[in-house]
Design a protein around this ligand. Structure first.
Ligand SMILES: [Zn+2]
Length: 195
């Protein structure tokens, strides 16, 4: 019996993905995972709340988060880190959604910078990338192994309950390789209303 919580000893490869299996999970309520998207009004509101509450405590959290990854707290990094972890909650973002979130802030960053900074956060072991469909990277501040729900109608990524997931068997890794990690992404679509 292989639990998803078993972390492979190999170095975490940000953005890596084993075979065609893509999964993920966090046993926390979905409201803590603000999605910085433009699709849903609710998310925009959540985002405004998040960026409006940037205070000293949030900047403090962000700078100690950067320090944990051994990253120099440049103004741009600090601004993005504050949006990501300033309120002490975990988040799933895309480069685009984090960029949209940063626009109202004082520190102007380009989309390319946001993307590169997210990559740097991954390389520093502060975030992990969740590959949903190969075309768009989602970045997660939660670092333990956990499955995700991907909401196809809103392209939103949220944590799925890890304690309900069991992976009974995985294919043997081809000779000369070992499993680096297993991502679990459970895709959701809305069911038609009951007649
Ligand atoms: Zn997550």
């Amino acid at each position: 019996m292989l639990s998803l919580h078993r972390r492979a000893p190999a170095a975490r490869l940000c953005g890596s993905r084993f075979g065609g299996i893509a999964f993920e999970t966090c046993a926390r309520a979905s409201y803590i995972h603000l999605y910085f998207g433009t699709e849903a009004k609710m998310d925009v509101k959540a985002l405004e709340t998040a960026s409006g509450s940037v205070d000293e405590r949030a900047v403090e959290r962000a700078s100690s988060w950067l320090a944990r990854g051994g990253l120099r707290p440049t103004r741009q990094r600090l601004a993005l880190a504050t949006l990501l972890v300033g309120d002490g909650e975990d988040r799933h973002v895309t480069a685009e959604s984090l960029y949209a979130a940063s626009v109202s802030g004082d520190e102007k960053v380009s989309l390319a910078t946001v993307y590169n900074t997210l990559r740097a956060f991954c390389d520093a072991g502060l975030m992990q990338e969740v590959v949903v469909d190969g075309s768009k990277g989602y970045f997660d501040t939660r670092m333990d192994d956990h499955p995700h729900f991907f909401w196809e109608d809103t392209a939103m990524l949220t944590d799925a309950p890890a304690d309900q997931l069991t992976i009974a068997h995985l294919p043997d890794a081809p000779e000369g390789t070992e499993i680096s990690r297993v991502d679990v992404v459970i895709r959701l679509r809305r069911t038609p209303p009951q007649a």
